[in-house]
Write a protein of this length. Structure first.
Length: 367
């Protein structure tokens, strides 16, 4: 028994000594690894830690904007995960540099000018890895950086994630950008273009926000951006938007001509839209000026062609417009014979004459 206990003690002693040696080796390796990271001497497995310490391309930038093309080329030539990692680290540092360029959007939402290095990198992220761009952009949108950054980040989330799943997120963040007092006081190009996110998400819920900004007659910049947004929402969601406009008495009183133009966008071939327009026309509160504006522009098929952050404007073919005009003219002629429209006859005459001219012009062109 004594011999057995003696052997057991020697065995435990060996295990204890072995454990101490193993722990010492671990500490030694850990110390060397820390020293290597500090010196920038790391292998592939430690790349993430190393890039936090040193981003060489950040230091290579000298002559902006000329160096942006070189930076794009260098990052694009690297493995995608490596390039994305370097950009992410730089963005998290909060550093930035002005480029002297003006933020500019080209065809298809392509950015052709980057006011800061951060905006450039956010734009490049979408090109390198859309999914990563969306993830990193959500981080950007969690803190107040700049309106331009937020605009590009919103675009990245919209394009980098599946359509539909992020609608409410995009809408609420866009509203947060638009209502930010600091950014609203001096709206940048990115700020004004961010209104397009509401069009992209078909944010009919944002009507009260847009209505309030349109009514700010001392802020033509905000009113104009909001009007364009509402106009495009009416084109995309006519029934829902016209229903809201009809109930918005404050906007009708503040901007009677503008609201009349929106109702002139209604497609009278659609029974529901026809009913809304009929109710709006026969409303006793309608002023002669409103009715004149409506009848003189109906049907309002004017399209503003522009390069936007996310959306594009679809063109309507001449054949489709002609078919629309023929059908709508028939509706107007029916209204002219309806006793309920007796007080609106003069305005229906103006509408019928205008639409008839469009139909005749189309017939002459086709001969």
């Amino acid at each position: 028994m004594v011999a057995y206990l003696s052997r057991l003690k020697r065995l435990l002693a060996c295990v204890f000594i072995g454990a101490l040696i193993g722990f010492a080796v671990y500490l030694f390796k850990l110390q060397n690894k820390s020293e290597s990271i500090a010196k920038g001497e790391v292998g592939e497995s430690d790349f993430h830690e190393a890039r936090i310490v040193d981003l060489k391309w950040d230091r290579e930038i000298r002559e902006i904007p000329d160096s942006l093309a070189s930076l794009r080329e260098k990052l694009s030539a690297k493995p995608r995960s490596e390039a994305v990692g370097e950009i992410e680290v730089f963005l998290r540092k909060g550093k930035d540099r002005k480029t002297g360029l003006i933020l500019k959007f080209g065809k298809g939402g392509k950015i052709e000018g980057w006011p800061t290095l951060r905006v450039f990198l956010l734009d490049l992220l979408l090109e390198l890895d859309p999914e990563a761009a969306a993830r990193i952009s959500r981080e950007i949108l969690s803190s107040k950086t700049s309106a331009d950054e937020w605009a590009i980040a919103l675009r990245n989330v919209a394009k980098g994630e599946r359509i539909g799943r992020n609608r409410d997120y995009l809408r609420t963040r866009a509203e947060e950008l638009i209502t930010n007092p600091e950014w609203q006081a001096q709206p940048s190009i990115g700020y004004l273009n961010a209104f397009d996110v509401l069009v992209y998400t078909e944010a009919i819920e944002s009507s009260p926000l847009l209505s309030g900004l349109i009514q700010q007659k001392d802020r033509r910049d905000l009113a104009h951006a909001s009007f364009l947004t509402m106009d495009r929402l009416v084109q995309r969601r006519p029934l829902d938007m016209l229903t809201r406009l009809k109930a918005d008495r404050a906007l009708q009183e503040s901007r009677p001509e503008m609201t009349a133009q929106q109702f002139a966008r209604a497609d009278l071939r659609d029974i529901s839209q026809q009913a809304i327009v009929k109710s709006w026309l026969l409303d006793p509160s309608r002023t002669p000026k409103q009715l004149q504006n409506f009848s003189s522009i109906f049907p309002n098929n004017n399209k503003l062609i522009s390069h936007n952050l996310l959306t594009s404007q679809e063109q309507v073919s001449g054949a489709d417009l002609t078919a629309h005009d023929r059908d709508v003219l028939a509706v107007i002629q029916d209204w002219k014979t309806d006793p309920v429209f007796k007080s609106r006859t003069q305005y229906l005459e103006v509408m019928a004459k205008r639409v008839s001219q469009f139909v005749k012009s189309a017939d002459s062109s086709s001969r």
